[in-house]
Design a protein around this ligand. Structure first.
Ligand code: ADP
Ligand code: ZN
Length: 740
């Protein structure tokens, strides 16, 4: 008896079939194969090689091996199996994440071109002869003689070169070869980066680097949390650690929350490794399918040895991985909000364990999950408590907006007197400022001051958002658009006013209050054009803009030496959402945003406007006191048994039919309750905070357990035993971060 293989067929239906392996075919898990399927042929991925049993009938044989090398490494297969169990999702959906569509699809094969290569330098006699008798051949040979390496793409030799090339190839003067060309995503005129030199490290940095290097020596390195205040030189530590790994011939994976929002981190890696820039791959989300295919294969072959990318880059098929860095590990963008709902940081830690490589998680405001892991000894803690450039932390002032609102007699106060004065001062001194607006909590709705009517989305249970530039109301959940009513749809009053405010409103107010300032706004609306963000940030950097107004988007790793003032307009918005992490997020936001001030030689100041000045997340952020904040927040989490003291998952049922969604979830609730494993706490079936979205009603059930596996396997087994109505979608989200 030989061996069989279990194949996951490409396609939406998650089919898995066994096939026999033809004699002499070397098939391993992770290989791509062509298989017979009914009367047709299909492609798939080998999940496992299994001992053939006697089934009483013969299995069909594989048709062909598409690539002799497995496309998924053994470690990544293991990671995939773990994900499938942990997140209770089909293995096929995981494999889809592991192997991007562009790599699986056969249409995106490598791009090739024909190149003429000079075999031997022609002598003068030959050239003379050709010049007279075959001018075309003469021209081609002279071009090649002067070309670098005696090579030129055939396409560059002009039309009708074919005959001349043939004539030259025959006597052996040149050869025409086919070679793969890389679709270089950086090729379109990006400026050369200057090589940067390693900085002499300060003491805490040196200790951190030593600890990382030491962990690389171990067979089972412990994950390390690098807690460093903003500007403490974490990136310099990453760069020097990466250099050591490269020097030892191994590879480095760097995860960032989002490429377009962390241009400076990417640039610093490119600058430090400029001498080997061909070996640095940046996995942007806007790569074309062909570019993605090429980059993926470059990585797999070990041609790209440093990979920088967002969440999904955690699956980059780097061979010989020596180090994984997860920058800004607390960022929510690491959690995927579609199946498989994995957390990039957690998968990175797992992958590192399977690879036996070092993993460093860095942040100024670590997630409490990671913090907790340093307390229990699962992770090691490395700290950088001072700014590297010797600057002190910016001074943070808190302005009580309840007082300001009184001054404005009930109207919405956008700009406190303190913040306005601080802005004027910066303008006089020729310094720059960033104004930050927290937009969580759906502000900027249209509300009638007479009857209180709020314009709602007809498909989602949220207020529509007013967009000034195109005079429209837009739903931020489903994109539904409506015209702005001239009178209140409820009471017909014409004085319907703008309730709340957004970045557009702020921009308008600012232009009135500070007419001399050059103001620009960065948010998702203003940034729809390609490169708009990059251009805007460059304009700000070269001081063509005085004041930059933005949302969360600008809270990440930006670094502008001339920015000495950061204003947070409405620090509380994030506090009023039904989520136990609301306080943690507010603390992170204020700390991160404050970190944008005073990054150069000038001292920075931060002004936080809030209606709840005494909330701990605001007070501890004001004092740059992560330990203090974490201490009191952990007490609260422990008391209520919230993460990180438990794992929390959400089961959601969605349907166009309200009753069906509710009933389905209630049925699941009942089944989950039967044989409930000990240690699992089950909540009640409740309407989601966002009760309707995209025309679908949503109900949810929150559950918690000490061990994640206990939860997943219980839910998985109940879901497998329950047949769901066709018009109801059930989604399980392990370690959920979003409870709306
Ligand atoms: P973080 O990543 O922690 O926010 P960075 O690595 O961006 O910090 O460092 C902040 C600033 O300090 C940068 O301008 C960086 O060049 C500088 N810096 C970092 N390490 C050193 C050092 N050892 N000596 C002098 N300057 C440093
Ligand atoms: Zn909507």
């Amino acid at each position: 008896m030989g061996v069989n293989v279990r194949v996951l067929i490409d396609g939406p239906s998650e089919l898995v079939f066994d096939y026999a392996v033809p004699a002499g075919m070397d098939v391993r898990p992770g290989c791509r194969v062509r298989v017979p399927l009914r009367r047709q042929s299909a492609t798939g991925t080998v999940l496992a090689v299994v001992e053939a049993e006697d089934l009483g009938f013969a299995l069909r044989e594989l048709n062909a091996l598409i690539d002799p090398q497995p496309l998924i490494t053994e470690v990544l297969l293991k990671v995939g199996r773990w994900m499938s169990e942990y997140y209770a999702c089909g293995f096929e959906t995981v494999v889809r994440s592991l192997l991007p569509e562009s790599v699986r699809s056969e249409e995106n094969s490598a791009k090739t071109r024909r190149v003429a290569v000079l075999v031997e330098a022609p002598d003068a006699e030959l050239m003379e002869k050709l010049a007279k008798r075959a001018p075309r051949q003469h021209a081609i040979l002279s071009l090649l003689v002067h070309a670098e390496g005696g090579r030129l793409p055939v396409a560059d030799l002009g039309q009708g070169a074919a005959a001349a090339l043939k004539a030259l190839e025959k006597p052996g003067w040149l050869r025409v070869v086919v070679e793969e060309v890389r679709r270089d995503p950086e090729a379109d005129g990006v400026v050369e980066v200057l090589e940067s030199q390693p900085l002499p490290l300060n003491e805490p940095q040196r200790l951190a680097l030593d600890a990382i290097l030491q962990s690389m020596e171990s067979d089972k390195p412990k994950p390390q949390l690098l807690l460093g205040v903003t500007g403490s030189g974490k990136t310099e530590v990453y760069l020097q650690a990466a250099q050591r790994v490269i020097d030892r011939g191994r590879t480095v994976l760097v995860l960032v929350p989002e490429i377009s929002l962390t241009p400076q981190t990417v640039r610093r890696f490119k600058a430090r490794f400029a001498a080997m820039h061909e070996q640095v791959a940046v996995l942007h989300s806007h790569l074309s399918q062909g570019e993605r295919f090429d980059e993926w294969h470059r990585i797999r072959k070990g041609q790209a040895r440093i990979v920088i990318g967002a969440r999904s880059a955690v699956f980059a098929p780097l061979p010989d991985l020596g180090l994984i860095i997860v920058d800004e590990e607390h960022e929510n963008t690491y959690k995927q909000d579609s199946v498989p709902r994995y957390h990039g940081r957690d998968v990175a830690v797992l992958r590192a364990a399977f690879e036996g490589c070092a993993v460093v998680l860095g942040s100024a405001t670590p997630s409490l999950e990671s913090w907790h892991n340093t307390r229990t000894g699962k992770y090691d803690l490395l700290r950088l408590d001072q700014r590297a450039d010797g600057q002190s932390m910016p001074l943070v002032r808190v302005v009580d907006m309840r007082m300001e609102a009184r001054k404005h007699k009930g109207g919405v106060a956008i700009l406190s007197d303190k913040l306005r004065q601080a802005l004027e001062q910066r303008l006089e001194r020729g310094e720059q400022a960033i104004l930050f607006l927290n937009r969580r909590g759906f502000a900027r709705s249209l509300q009638c001051p007479q009857c209180g009517h709020v314009c709602q989305c007809p498909h989602c249970a949220v207020a529509l958002t007013y967009h000034r530039t195109d005079e429209r109301l837009i739903c931020h959940v489903c994109g539904h658009q409506a015209v702005v009513p001239g009178r209140c749809p409820g009471c017909k009053d014409p004085s319907i006013a703008f309730q709340g405010y957004g970045t557009q409103k702020v921009e308008e107010v600012m232009a009135k209050v500070l007419p001399q300032a050059r103001i620009a706004r960065i948010d998702a609306d203003a940034m729809r054009r390609k490169h708009a963000l990059r251009d805007m940030l460059n304009a700000f950097k070269s001081h063509k803009i005085d004041i930059l107004i933005g949302t969360q988007m600008i809270a990440k790793g930006l670094h502008f030496p001339n920015v000495t003032l950061v204003g947070i307009l409405n620090a509380d918005l994030g506090l009023h959402v039904p989520d136990f992490r609301a306080g943690e997020r507010t603390f992170q936001l204020i700390t991160q945003v404050a970190g944008r001030a005073g990054r150069g030689d000038l001292e920075g100041e931060v002004i936080v406007q809030t209606f709840t000045p005494h909330s701990p997340s605001i007070q501890f952020a004001r004092q740059h006191d992560f330990d203090g904040y974490a201490g009191q927040e952990m007490e609260f989490r422990e008391h209520f048994d919230f993460p990180p003291f438990s794992h929390c998952a959400v089961l959601t049922a969605r349907s166009q039919h309200e009753r069906r969604a509710e009933f389905t979830l209630q049925t699941l609730h009942l089944r989950l309750k039967e044989e409930l494993p000990s240690g699992v706490q089950l909540g009640e079936v409740l309407p989601s905070p966002l009760v309707r979205a995209h025309g679908q009603f949503r109900f949810q059930l929150t559950m918690r357990a000490k061990r994640a596996r206990t939860l997943s396997s219980h839910v998985q087994s109940v879901l497998q035993r329950t047949s769901l109505p066709e018009d109801v979608t059930v989604v399980f989200d392990m370690d959920a971060l979003n409870f709306s």
